[in-house]
Design a protein around this ligand. Structure first.
Ligand SMILES: [Zn+2]
Length: 311
């Protein structure tokens, strides 16, 4: 699930819900993050667009291609373990980080908890009689290859989907300890120097569940955890575009999306990997890319920098 479109969907549900107070039983569950996102903006300072980094600053960030404070690799090359919930999270979420790490010679492992079978095929996609899970696993394998991923592991949880109670066997129906154990088993083999996940600021429960497992496993192993984030200033630009292009998304104006800019710990300039990132995005052909249809400058803003917070 591409997280920026997930924002739009969940907030649409939440705002619709706010408008129907007489039907409490019809209320869909709204993730806490989305609730927080609906807080009014009264009295809050505007978030200025981030200034372009000064050249010296940029050079420092680019030294060694991937600079993560607090990371002291115990292996050469360093080992990065990325844990995500669904096929495409690795690419739509932080494909540029994987590319930058691989380009720096790091050994990257991706653990994907589900096969994304609760997603929806993009309009016009013909699965040719195959299941969505099968198609998405194949897309994940292709994308991982394009991102220079050294090892890919799929856990066998089902996709929890976005509404109602999570189905039996799904990531969110499982005991969090079971999810952590499954991730721990891979981490024991990989012995990562750093564990990465998505920060789940979009409120998707699967993203939060695997994030929590990733942070927990990193803590157990005494290695840093980093979480990919979308800075609020960037999401504000996205909202401005979406509201203009899609008047039905006016509700987005009333939410604070993404992660506050002052929480971003690391900005990696990954512009050099844009072409490869685009190819990995294209590999997820069954899914609607959250970046499709964006103006070029906004698309580049999403795809040429990676933003991380500490886990
Ligand atoms: Zn996802």
């Amino acid at each position: 699930m591409g997280s920026i479109y997930y924002w739009a969907e969940i907030l649409h549900k939440a705002v619709s819900d706010e408008g129907a107070p007489d039907e409490p039983h019809a209320r869909p569950p709204v993730p806490p993050a989305a609730r927080r996102g609906l807080a009014p903006r009264r009295g809050r300072p505007a978030h200025p667009a981030p200034a372009d980094p000064a050249p010296a600053d940029l050079a420092r960030r680019l030294r060694g291609a991937v600079v993560l404070p607090g990371l002291t690799p115990r292996h050469e090359p360093p080992r990065l373990l990325l844990a995500v919930a669904h096929p495409d999270d690795e690419t739509f979420g932080c494909g540029s980080l994987l590319l930058a790490a691989a380009a720096a010679g790091w050994a990257t492992t991706v653990v994907c908890a589900t096969r994304g079978e609760a997603g929806e095929p993009a309009p016009g996609v013909d699965l040719d009689g195959r299941s969505l899970a099968e198609v998405r696993e194949e897309e994940l394998r292709e994308a991982a290859g394009l991102l220079g991923v050294a090892r890919l592991e799929l856990l066998d949880f089902a996709d929890s989907g976005m509404s109602e109670g999570p189905p039996a066997g799904s990531l969110c129906a499982a005991d969090p300890a079971t999810v952590a154990a499954a991730l721990r088993a891979v981490a024991d083999e990989v012995d990562p120097d750093v564990v990465v996940s998505l920060d789940a600021a979009d409120g998707h429960r699967d993203h939060a569940r695997i994030r929590d497992a990733a942070v927990g496993v990193a803590g157990e192993r005494g290695v840093p955890a980093y979480l990919q984030a979308l800075p609020r200033s960037l999401m504000d630009r996205w909202v401005a575009h979406m509201v203009e292009a899609r008047p039905d998304m006016e509700h987005l104006r009333y939410a604070d999306l993404g992660t506050p800019d002052d929480e971003i710990a690391v900005v990696l300039d990954t512009a050099t990997h844009l072409g490869a990132r685009e190819r990995a995005i294209a590999a997820h052909a069954s899914q609607t890319s959250p970046f499709d249809g964006l103006p070029d400058d906004l698309r580049r803003a999403f795809l040429t920098r990676e933003h991380l917070v500490r886990g």
